[in-house]
Structures are given as structure tokens and as C-alpha cells.
Ligand binder design. Structure first.
Ligand SMILES: NC(=O)c1ccc[n+]([C@@H]2O[C@H](COP(=O)([O-])OP(=O)(O)OC[C@H]3O[C@@H](n4cnc5c(N)ncnc54)[C@H](O)[C@@H]3O)[C@@H](O)[C@H]2O)c1
Length: 347
């Protein structure tokens, strides 16, 4: 097939410029077609620097472009629902950054538009595209872990609160639960075979907040003026699933403890696995074994974009689906609801 897939970018900030655009540029069958950001000067700058053919000045303008095939939605979290609904109603395929939205109600509206227009919708659950994830998932599907009944996951940052809109509840919908928890809950749930979540018990804290600690680095949104901090800065949760399995989650942007990057540990009746350090914990010939599959480094954002383009071309359902995005959103919002009520809630 010679036709290039014409891609649009909605929201041209950090993740758009540093992950989506570089990954699209590596694909020979993709053309950077149009860009739209609420900051017009940013759209123009990004179009010039990366070679987008068109600059749109409204959401309606970008999604109405006849020749456009697909969009990456990389706005603040409060722009995901509106952008996805507009793109779907215009018949464009969609790769949506995490989290799917800010509320479960928004995800339901998004799903209606996606289903009514029969477009490809893929969630940007990028950790599924790690080389380690492919191995753990393949072993799980071969039954090597037996019954996976428990998992622990999280990301612990000591002073790693992102700067910008992330801490502003009206734009983000939440703090580290929605920003970091979304990644680790998703990837662990995916390894576990996506069991149905039935209840959540959680706590959230906002104790360290807007610190002035020196010598620490943070993810920065494109705009870091007018800072608001009204989200949690750490959280813990226990999620129970219909099949009897459970998952504990620990996330923090700021906490007085040891840092831990993305970790995910699954425990099965035959073996277990850990994402970082990457290890398969088993038993062979009556002895305990620690096996570390040999992997080449892989570009997870590149893999994610390649998969999205392949799905657009073939019409195949992506591995990170609309339904997955909705299920994870139920868990995220369930965590907030449980923390607010101070008790376990049913999902
Ligand atoms: N997959 C990952 O690892 C990862 C990492 C960082 C961020 N993200 C996600 O990517 C999204 C963007 O984060 P970021 O760090 O790039 O933020 P950012 O602030 O750097 O970029 C967002 C851009 O979107 C623009 N924007 C905001 N609302 C808009 C709207 N309604 N329509 C059009 N443009 C709009 C802003 O002007 C800004 O240029 C968020 O949803 C975030 O959760 C994902």
C-alpha cells in the first residue's frame, strides 16, 4: 500500500513533541498533516519545526480536514473527551494519551462517539509496549505463571511532582493516581489477563504539596505559570477482582521515602514476574530459579505508534482498547471515591 496515513496532532506540548512526533517521523508510511493547539503560536512553531503541512486554529477545523486520517490526542486531561468526541464524529481514527479522561461519565460519552462512527480508538497505555511487557504477557498467556492471584505495583517519587497543569484538579482530574497510577495499574492488570475489578479501598494524601526542595528534577508541562496545587501528592489502594485476585498500588509525586520507578510484580501459583528488576521467579527440577529473559532495548513510544498505524491500515483492534481505557478509568475514579468516603467501595 503506497498511501501515507495523514496524521494530526491535537495538543502540541511535551508529550506531543517529544514522544508522538519523533515516533511518527520514523514511520515511512506516515505524513505529519496538521497540528492544533489552543496556543496558536505553539501550533505554528511546531508545524514549522517538524514539517506539518497545515496549522488549524480550532478543534473543528482540524477534525474537519477531509484528507486527515488519524489524530493523536495529547492535550491536558480535561481536553481528551472533547477532542476524542469531535475526532470520532468526523470519522478520524484516534490515539488518546493516558488517562482516557477525567471521569467515567466522560469515557461513556467518548465510547458512544467512537462506536457510532466505527473508528479505531487506541489508548496510549505505552507501558504495554515495553519489551519486558511483551515477554511477561506471552508467558502469562502460555500459562507459565499458573493462576495469577496477587500483584503489587507503583511508582514512588520522592520529590517528582510535575510542574504545570498536572497539579490543577480542573485540568488534570487528579494527582499521581491519575498521572502515574494509570500506567502501573493498567500494565499490571494487562499482565493479569484483565480480570474484572469489583471493589477498591484507597487512601490519598496531600501532605508535602508545593515544596521548594533544591537539586531535584521534574517533568515540566509546556506552561508552568499560574501554578495551582489542589490534587493529592500520594496514594495507596487495594483493588479486588471478580476472579479472587487482587492488586495493591502505591504512587507518589512526593514522599519521604526511597524512589522507585515503574514497578509491577505479579504472583502466580507456578511462577511470578517482576518488571523492574526484570525477572521471572520460578521453580525447576525442585529448585528455585531466577530467570532473566534476554532482550534488546526497545523504543516503547515507537512501538506504540507503529501498532496504532498498523491498526489504522488493517482495521484491526488495537491491543489497548476503548473498553480497557474505560475499565481503568473506573478504577482510578473508584480510588478517589473510596478515599473521599473513607471506606471500600464497589465498582
Ligand atoms: N504516556 C506518557 O508517559 C505521558 C507522559 C507525559 C504526559 N502524558 C499525557 O499527555 C498529555 C499532555 O501532557 P504534556 O506533558 O504534553 O502537557 P503539556 O502541557 O506539555 O502539553 C499539552 C498541550 O496541549 C495544549 N492544550 C491543552 N488543552 C488543549 C485543548 N483542549 N485543545 C488543544 N490543545 C490543548 C496545551 O496548550 C499544551 O501545548 C496528558 O494527558 C498527559 O497525561 C503522557
Amino acid at each position: 500500500m503506497t498511501k501515507k496515513i495523514r496524521v494530526g496532532l491535537i495538543g502540541a506540548g511535551n508529550i506531543g513533541q517529544n514522544a508522538h512526533i519523533p515516533a511518527y517521523l520514523k514511520q515511512e508510511d506516515v505524513e505529519l498533516f496538521a497540528v492544533y493547539d489552543i496556543k496558536e503560536s505553539r501550533s505554528r512553531d511546531v508545524a514549522k519545526r517538524f514539517g506539518f503541512k497545515h496549522v488549524a486554529t480550532s478543534l473543528d477545523e482540524i477534525v474537519s480536514m477531509d484528507e486527515l486520517d488519524a489524530v493523536s490526542v495529547c492535550t491536558w486531561n480535561n481536553g481528551h473527551a472533547e477532542s476524542v468526541i469531535a475526532a470520532a464524529n468526523a470519522g478520524k481514527h484516534i490515539l488518546c494519551e493516558k488517562p482516557m479522561a477525567m471521569t467515567v461519565a466522560e469515557t461513556e460519552e467518548m465510547a458512544k462517539a467512537v462506536r457510532a462512527n466505527d473508528v479505531i480508538f487506541m489508548m496510549g497505555f505505552v507501558n504495554r509496549f515495553r519489551a519486558e511487557s511483551k515477554v511477561i504477557k506471552a508467558l502469562a498467556e502460555e500459562g507459565k505463571f499458573g493462576d495469577i492471584y496477587y500483584a503489587k505495583t507503583g511508582i514512588i517519587r520522592r520529590r517528582g511532582t510535575p510542574l504545570g497543569w498536572f497539579t490543577d484538579l480542573s485540568k488534570s482530574g487528579g494527582g499521581p493516581v491519575i498521572d502515574l497510577g494509570v500506567h502501573v495499574i493498567d500494565v499490571t492488570w494487562y499482565y493479569m489477563g484483565k480480570p474484572k475489578p469489583i471493589s477498591v479501598s484507597a487512601v490519598t494524601y496531600s501532605k508535602i504539596g508545593d515544596y521548594k526542595t533544591k537539586g531535584v528534577s521534574r517533568w515540566e508541562a509546556y506552561d508552568t505559570d499560574d501554578l495551582v496545587f489542589d490534587t493529592e501528592d500520594s496514594a495507596a489502594a487495594l483493588i479486588r477482582f471478580e476472579n479472587g485476585a487482587s492488586m495493591t498500588v502505591d504512587v507518589s509525586w512526593a514522599i519521604n521515602g526511597q524512589e522507585r520507578n515503574v514497578y509491577s510484580e505479579i504472583y502466580g501459583t507456578k511462577a511470578g514476574a517482576s518488571l523492574d528488576p526484570f525477572m521471572i521467579y520460578g521453580e525447576e527440577a525442585g529448585y528455585l530459579t531466577d530467570n532473566r529473559p534476554v532482550l534488546e532495548g526497545e523504543d516503547m513510544f515507537g512501538n506504540q505508534i507503529r501498532h496504532f498505524i498498523d491498526c489504522v491500515k488493517t482495521g484491526n483492534t488495537p491491543i489497548a482498547t476503548l473498553e480497557d481505557g474505560m475499565e481503568i478509568q473506573k478504577i482510578l475514579n473508584g480510588i478517589y471515591e473510596s478515599a473521599r468516603l473513607g471506606k471500600e467501595i464497589q465498582l
